[in-house]
Design a protein around this ligand. Sequence first.
Ligand code: ZN
Length: 359
Amino acid sequence: MSKMKVRSGVLTGNELQEVFAYCKETKCALPAVNVIGSSTINAAMYAAKQANSPIIIQFSNGGAVFNAGKYLDNTNQRAAVAGAVAGAHHIRMLSKLYEVPVILHTDHCARKLLPWVDGMLEAGEEYFKSTGEPLYSSHMLDLSEEDLEANIKTCAEYLERMAKINMTLEIELGVTGGEEDGVDNSHIDSSRLYTQPEEVLQAYDALNPLGKFTVAAAFGNTHGVYKPGNVMLRPEILKHSQAMIRQERGRSEEKPLDLVFHGGSGSEQAKITEAIEYGVIKMNIDTDTQWAFTRPVREYMDANHDYLMAQIGNPEGEDKPNKKYIDPRAWMVAGEKGYAERLVQAFRDLNAFDQFDLG
Ligand SMILES: [Zn+2]
């Protein structure tokens, strides 16, 4: 099969659906990496260029606030909305120069954070009016802590609104374990870490007539990296969910659902490959890339310790200036490079490395 040609810039609407369909066909998935500002955004696009692949770049709520600056008043999520919108414009402007296709997304949004998505959708609708496309490709709602009916009902309301501007919705069924961005699910009843295929069918029936959506179905996946043996991944849940939609609703495709794998950091390669086999097209990665950014920064600090104790004076002489060592760019670029390298590895793990033709 020939490689899919994809243009540079932010992909939305059908372009996004075509990329997902190609991923399922070629059995690859795209990394969805959490960014917190220009440094991580640029490193993510640089990694995608090296991997010759589209990338999913996402802001968590905390990441969007961080992009705006943690000093701002966040009443009614105003800083989170502004940080996410500003980040989107940064990516829209620079992705064309990096010559990479980007799927622009936001991560977990619980009910109390809905004003965040509301604000981003207002900005998206405004953008759509002037350009004919939404600002973001997709947003995620995560109402998995609530009962299934409440979760699906709210998701349906949002999908109706988002479909009007060609946006895709990501939903969560079952609960991702562990802790991320201030949400701690590490003590949740373990049965909730595994989605039932019947729940997926119920969500499908409600959402499929309304628009395009992806499903983060829980199969034991967990945010963060833990000692081996603490996480029991059961990707066959994904296979059974696909089979249920196919059989119960007479869909002819082998994998009618676009599935999302949360908590990809630290996961076993065999389970990743198996999950992709069953229709995972997006795998979130955060903890591993956080470490990949921080580790080289620590190494820089350790290696240059004696040059970082004062502005003047180092082992070469007490009057020697340390300006070039203390310039934050020197250590930030070390972090960026580590982050980009880890992401290139993720493209390989997900079989997305060099699967596309970026022209
Ligand atoms: Zn997640």
